[in-house]
Design a protein around this ligand. Structure first.
Ligand code: FE2
Ligand code: FE2
Length: 290
């Protein structure tokens, strides 16, 4: 496991012009060779697409949170390899899991804000009792139009938490879903503002695109942090692991806090994943101890 630094700011990775041209060229070449259809058939439906089941437990969990289910979708990266209609099997699978809450943990797009439109209608088909909440990832700030992106998706029923929280009242208590802006690209990150909805005795679920931010959420009643960003290394081969963000592991324990890092759904550069299957993370809350 890579070390996780306890701060909410991470230096943005700035890629050279040569690398950016290379990535775009690879993507265009792969699309011309049918890479989009290949990615959809291999990685955006079972059996390539996996369901990863995780549990968290707390002995004082409210009755209304026992059995509460969160389904996480991450790193969709609409663009060259994920376009309109490509997520239909993903949405169908997510809905079949009967979530109480659906969450999107960032990187909706690959290169431009317009790419988000390719998947907005599909993701609006997610069905969860308490709706769909999300946070932005570093890619979502491309062009600095994240405010426009948030407004457009809110109109489709998907709310992005930008240093904000949402309090979900349940029988015998409440769950506050707390979301922060991206550690690399946000203009400001304000955990205090994000936690403003939390009342004494509430339980928390944190959404933070970059797992490096997870240690900031360590507190007694924070049940879990859901992250993405790393793609599970995407091409999980020794020589290529350094090409993307450091992957600290899919499940991390920070004292009593559980951090779940989704391998995500999309792809950058090539319509390919090796040793890092696409996945939906299903998080079930239980009253008691594991
Ligand atoms: Fe990503
Ligand atoms: Fe990311």
């Amino acid at each position: 496991m890579e070390s996780l630094r306890p701060n909410l700011r991470v230096a943005a990775r700035r890629h050279s012009l040569v690398r950016r041209v290379l990535v775009r060229s690879c993507e265009a070449f792969a699309v011309a060779l049918g890479g989009r259809a290949l990615y959809r058939s291999r990685h955006l439906r079972p059996p390539g697409l996996r369901v990863r089941r995780e549990r968290v437990a707390h002995p004082e969990l409210p009755r209304g949170l026992h059995g509460f289910r969160v389904v996480q979708l991450s790193d969709i990266h609409a663009g060259p390899f994920v376009r309109q209609g490509d997520l239909s099997a993903v949405i169908e699978l997510a809905n079949s899991l009967a979530p109480d809450l659906a969450v999107l943990t960032g990187d909706l797009i690959t290169h431009t804000t317009e790419e988000a439109e390719l998947v907005r209608e599909d993701l609006a088909q997610l069905r969860a009792k308490h709706g769909t909440l999300g946070v932005f990832g570093n890619h979502d700030y491309r062009g600095r139009r994240e405010g426009e992106l948030a407004a457009r998706w809110a109109a489709s029923g998907m709310r992005f938490l930008r240093n904000e929280g949402v309090r979900i009242e349940v029988e015998d208590g409440a769950l506050c879903v707390v979301g922060v802006e991206d550690l690399e690209e946000a203009r400001s990150i304000d955990l205090q503002a994000a936690r403003a909805c939390v009342r004494p005795g509430d339980f928390e679920l944190a959404l933070c695109h970059n797992p490096q931010g997870a240690p900031a959420f360590v507190r007694e009643r924070c049940l879990a942090v859901l992250c993405g960003h790393t793609h599970g290394s995407q091409l999980d081969l020794p020589l290529l692991r350094r090409a993307g963000p450091a992957h600290p592991g899919a499940r991390i324990e920070l004292g009593s806090l559980r951090v779940f890092v989704s391998r995500g759904l999309g792809s950058i550069g090539l319509p390919l994943r090796i040793g890092a299957p696409t996945e939906l993370v299903v998080l079930d809350f239980e009253r008691g101890t594991l």
